[in-house]
Design a protein around this ligand. Structure first.
Ligand SMILES: [Fe+2]
Length: 236
């Protein structure tokens, strides 16, 4: 399995604080059947030097190799939506043209459709991070459909599906699964205990709604390198 959303890099953001914690997260992930983790530290400014992240990934991969932990860490970022257009050139996931975009936690910005449209017409595929934990989307999950029609994909948090993030997030996740509006499951793990780096439980739960084969696709990274497209313009 591939985890496309994980704060495993040590000392970069509010995720893993140090190398030992990162290695423990990787051990847990490997035990769960994950072989690849895309490191997605929060990106709040496009000025952040990409080389810092690349160096941190190299150091972590070297440690993983020396400790024979069978995980490969790839480059990525979780980009705040207000800088998504500027960040798209440098911070897509793992050399793809898919960009992990984080909206504000409590609401969906009024210009969201225009943002998604601008990214897609610039040949960037936006992946909306954990929409089920967004306050407004969790109350009004139908707001996501127009963004998906414009070419956005969605990443749901593993612990939202299992119910470990509360019933509101779980109910929203189920709503989205029932409408085939989920494209990836990611852990959004920040430490071994804060959103665990575990995907298998969520896949089992998702399989009850969409079937085993479809659920497994959501942790395979199967279309991360395939561009999305849209044939219409935003409604607003
Ligand atoms: Fe995250």
């Amino acid at each position: 399995m591939i985890d496309i959303h994980c704060h495993i890099l040590p000392g970069i953001d509010d995720g893993s604080p140090d190398m030992e914690t990162s290695l423990e997260m990787a051990r847990m992930a490997a035990k769960d059947g994950i072989h690849t983790i895309i490191a997605t530290p929060h990106l709040t400014t496009v000025e952040y030097p990409k080389d810092n992240l690349l160096q941190a990934i190299d150091e972590l991969n070297a440690q993983l190799k020396s400790q024979t932990i069978a995980i490969t860490v790839l480059f990525g970022a979780e980009v705040q939506s207000h800088i998504a257009l500027e960040a798209a050139d440098n911070f897509c996931l793992a050399g793809s043209s898919s960009l992990l975009v984080e909206f504000p936690h409590s609401y969906l910005p009024a210009d969201s459709e225009n943002l998604i449209y601008s990214l897609v017409t610039n040949k960037i595929t936006p992946i909306i991070a954990h929409p089920e934990r967004n306050g407004q989307i969790s109350r009004e999950p139908w707001l996501l459909a127009p963004l998906i029609e414009l070419g956005a994909r969605t990443q749901i948090t593993a612990e939202s599906i299992t119910g470990d993030q509360g019933m509101t997030a779980r109910n929203c996740a189920e709503y989205l699964f029932q409408r085939n509006q989920v494209h990836y499951i990611g852990t959004d793990s920040h430490s071994p205990g804060f959103r665990k780096p575990i995907l298998s439980k969520a896949v089992k739960q998702a399989a009850k709604i969409i079937g085993k084969a479809e659920a497994q696709k959501l942790v395979s990274g199967y279309n991360i390198f395939l561009p999305s497209s849209c044939n219409h313009k935003p409604s607003a």
